[in-house]
Design a protein around this ligand. Structure first.
Ligand SMILES: Nc1ncnc2c1ncn2[C@@H]1O[C@H](COP(=O)(O)OP(=O)(O)O)[C@@H](O)[C@H]1O
Ligand code: SF4
Ligand SMILES: [Mg+2]
Length: 307
């Protein structure tokens, strides 16, 4: 069986039987659609009981607050005693390390690809060939470490002639699928905006999708699409986190809209000048805001599988 994080845990965990959906074996678009349909039907019927929340992807429309809430959630999980592997998979935006309070640069994963490697030396890629990659086995040059946190960036497109990012996405997908976490270890991926990553199969390696929803028509529509895509690859733990909420009335309306779309809401973060300020100046997010406190509650609920 190829390296694949089975949505039901049938590869790495023996508490759930394989339903023979064919997702891990699918090679053509047709096979994928059929397998996805079988998995979606199974999830609809049994999904509620599976919520492992160890590999999480933070998704949503551009600008909704994915990086901001990824940073706050990472801090919240660290407070719970977890070591968090934060993966920056956004190909363009640079701000996430700053929001996490990190200054040291690390070698991006894409420097393993000829087209993206800088300078003469191409880093050793042999560690990526292992069927499972533990946090300890990732070479230090790819990681920025802080207490109970490891930060890794997939890489940024910095030159107009570097071409399309598909090769980069393939590398990131394989890496995410192979990461094997131990007890008290969690992975959090700050995804690129939109749903392109689903088409590339990036989320096939995760068990939980957090969709950041701001009060806008486009953001709501995308949240529904993300839920559909996530279910299709077997993810049942799909939660919306509302962000940039201007008033209780808007929060109420947004919650209703999401309820109508059968989406669970984990919490609502209000528009906060302290967050804008940190985002603007590239400073670490303060840990005393209402948003930080709320993310701690969400983290605790995710960990105890209550949301
Ligand atoms: N709750 C909030 N209140 C005020 N500003 C926010 C809030 N959440 C995010 N922002 C700001 O919105 C902008 C986009 O946030 P960001 O996390 O970069 O979004 P994304 O990663 O989804 O593109 C940033 O300037 C950030 O500071
Ligand atoms: S993806 Fe489907 S076929 Fe593959 S191990 Fe999981 S349940 Fe079985
Ligand atoms: Mg971002």
């Amino acid at each position: 069986m190829p390296a694949f994080h089975c949505p039901l845990g049938a590869v790495y965990y023996d508490d759930e039987p394989c339903i023979d959906c064919g997702l891990c074996q699918a090679r053509t678009a047709g096979e994928m659609v059929e397998a996805s349909k079988r998995m979606r039907e199974y999830i609809r019927a049994h999904g509620e009981k599976k919520n492992r929340s160890q590999k999480m992807a933070v998704c949503g429309k551009g600008g909704t607050g994915k990086s901001t809430l990824t940073a706050l959630l990472a801090d919240a999980l660290r407070r719970e005693g977890y070591t968090v592997l934060v993966i920056d998979s956004d190909e363009s935006n640079l701000g996430l390390p700053k929001l996490l309070g990190l200054d040291t640069p690390s070698t991006p994963l894409i420097s393993l690809l000829e087209r993206f490697s800088m300078g003469d030396r191409k880093p050793d890629a042999s560690w990526l060939e292992a069927a499972r990659i533990s946090l300890e086995s990732i070479p230090r040059e790819f990681i920025v470490s802080a207490p109970r946190m490891k930060f890794l960036t997939v890489g940024k497109i910095i030159d107009p002639f570097q071409g399309c990012a598909c090769q980069m996405a393939d590398l990131a997908r394989d890496f995410v699928q192979k990461i094997h976490l131990g007890i008290k270890e969690i992975m959090l991926i700050d995804m690129e905006a939109g749903i392109e990553s689903f088409g590339r199969g990036m989320e096939r390696g995760v068990d939980t999708v957090l969709t950041i929803v701001e009060p806008s028509f486009d953001s709501l529509a995308l949240a529904e699409k993300i839920r559909y895509m996530a279910e299709g690859i077997g993810i049942s733990a799909i939660h919306a986190i509302l962000n940039k909420i201007p008033s209780p009335e808007i929060e109420e309306k947004l919650r209703k809209e999401l309820e109508n779309k059968q989406m669970k809401v984990a919490g609502a973060v209000y528009l906060d000048p302290q967050i804008s300020q940190a985002g603007f100046t590239g400073k670490k997010l303060p840990d005393n805001t209402d948003a930080a406190k709320l993310l701690r509650k969400i983290a605790a609920a995710l960990l105890s599988e209550q949301v």
